[in-house]
Design a protein around this ligand. Structure first.
Ligand SMILES: CC(C)(COP(=O)(O)OP(=O)(O)OC[C@H]1O[C@@H](n2cnc3c(N)ncnc32)[C@H](O)[C@@H]1OP(=O)(O)O)[C@@H](O)C(=O)NCCC(=O)NCCS
Length: 178
């Protein structure tokens, strides 16, 4: 398996991976929209390829603080997808790890995710609400731990807080129901 940045010619394979992984078209439509959303830029889109077949995809898009704190660079991880046949073989984990490595290199400070609270902590994410970061839409109390954050440079958490704004295409309430 190799993991690489996706190109325009990967689009149909990415949308296939998303719809296979989630079993519907909601996430593939979301990804299709985000990949051409100017407010999502700069974004990082990585694809996992096994021989010639796309088996996984991860997307990180631009996030900002509502208080215009531009001293900190932030992104949101959404979505992460691995086709059913390739799940539980470490592909998702490798996509997360490579994504965080590239983001750290490019100077990103904070990575947010709304996702499975049992999955992302194994890759370094912590509940974000308790650390002072509010999601773009309210997260119901019983799912509060699904809104998570990770700092890529020590000392960022604790030095900033506030409400996040995501890219326009992601900025719809239906994408914020865990
Ligand atoms: C979640 C997903 C990306 C994980 O990818 P993967 O390649 O199977 O993940 P990995 O192989 O790196 O890790 C597998 C481990 O994560 C666990 N895991 C997978 N999905 C999980 C979930 N929803 N909640 C908790 N743990 C989960 C597996 O049980 C496995 O645990 P183990 O190592 O103890 O056996 C993949 O299952 C997927 O695409 N699911 C459908 C789409 C989805 O839910 N995406 C995430 C949106 S937040």
């Amino acid at each position: 398996m190799i993991i690489r940045k996706s190109t325009e010619s990967d689009l149909s394979n990415i949308l296939y991976v998303e719809s296979q992984a989630f079993g519907n078209h909601k996430e593939s439509d979301l990804v299709n929209g985000l990949l051409s959303d100017p407010t999502a830029m700069p974004l990082l889109s990585l694809i996992a390829v096994d021989d010639v077949k796309a088996i996984g995809h991860i997307l990180f898009t631009k996030a900002k603080f509502t208080n215009n704190n531009d001293s900190v660079s932030a992104v949101i991880l959404a979505p992460l997808a691995v086709i059913p046949d390739a799940q539980k073989q470490g592909v998702g984990g490798e996509l997360v790890k490579e994504g965080l490595r590239l983001l750290s290199e490019s100077g990103v400070d904070l990575v947010f995710v709304l996702g499975h609270p049992e999955y992302y902590p194994r890759h370094g994410f912590k509940p974000a609400g308790a650390l002072g970061f509010e999601a773009p839409f309210p997260i119901p109390e019983k799912h509060a731990n699904a809104w998570m954050v990770q700092e890529l440079h020590p000392g960022v958490i604790g030095s900033v807080n506030g409400k996040m704004v995501c890219a326009d295409v992601l900025n719809q309430p239906e994408h914020w129901r865990e």
